[in-house]
Ligand binder design. Structure first.
Ligand code: PGA
Length: 244
């Protein structure tokens, strides 16, 4: 079976010390390199994990990067500085940022362009709310998110973008979508992304993934991996997910 991509999104849940401890446990636990693992710590822990700890069995990703390359933008963090300090990936469009920081499709389009230009690969999150799903509009809503943020993007390689399908109502809620429905949505996303970008893009599933349900998602044909939040904070559980 082809290697899957397992992404850990630690959000703002750990101290720097806890991040370093968890990173070294994960690094040890996945030394068989069964799947490709990307760990996304907070901005401050990222260079310490990459440079000081020298973790080698996973790649590093940031949880956000700025719209501009360089600007009078107090408090923002540039994609190129993240790259300089060891990040290979950046998560953009996570629903928590869409909601809390009011990031819309247009802002995300600019962020994606800037991150790619800096040489980062983008993990772009899309997903519908419960009301969109209940109204039968989940797929049209997501297609619009994809079109608005990816249209006319010149992508050099198909691996420069990964799309994470994360139904908002499944994030941190303990409620997961039926793996067959997630597979159907991932297929729709893959088809739409190919129409827009002219390339075959990998699609991950995220939202209340844990050690028990992870294999049900990973065996789906259209799902190339997982974006894991809560369960990525527990070393043993996350290592078990990575070693699926
Ligand atoms: P969760 O988070 O696994 O805790 O639901 C996923 C995410 O927010 O990316």
């Amino acid at each position: 079976m082809a290697k899957k991509i397992i992404v850990a999104n630690w959000k703002m849940k750990l101290s720097v010390e806890e991040s370093l401890r968890l990173a070294s446990l994960v690094d040890l636990g996945i030394s068989n390199k069964k799947n490709e693992v990307i760990v996304c710590p907070d901005f401050l822990s990222l260079p310490l994990i990459g440079v000081s700890l020298g973790a080698t069995n996973f790649s590093l990703g940031a949880q956000d990067s700025a719209v501009e390359e360089k600007a009078a933008a107090t408090g923002e963090v540039s994609a190129s500085n993240l790259k300089e300090l060891g990040a290979e990936y950046v998560i953009l469009g996570h629903s928590e940022r869409r909601l809390r920081q009011c990031e819309d499709d247009n802002v995300l389009k600019l962020k994606i362009q800037t991150a790619l230009k800096a040489g980062l690969k983008v993990i772009f999150c899309v997903g519908e709310s419960l009301s969109e799903r209940e109204a039968g509009r989940a797929s049209s809503f997501i297609k619009k998110q994809l079109r608005n943020s990816l249209k006319s993007l010149a992508l050099k390689k198909s691996t420069d973008i990964i799309i994470a399908y994360e139904p908002i109502w499944a994030i941190g809620s303990g409620k997961t979508i039926d793996p067959l429905e997630a597979n159907k949505m991932a297929g729709i996303i893959e088809g739409e992304a190919e129409k827009i970008l002219g390339k075959k893009i990998k699609v991950l599933y995220g939202g209340s993934v844990d050690v028990k349900n992870s294999s049900d998602f990973l065996k789906q044909k259209n799902i190339s991996g997982l974006l894991v939040g809560g369960a990525s904070l527990k070393a043993e559980e996350f290592i078990a997910i990575c070693n699926n």
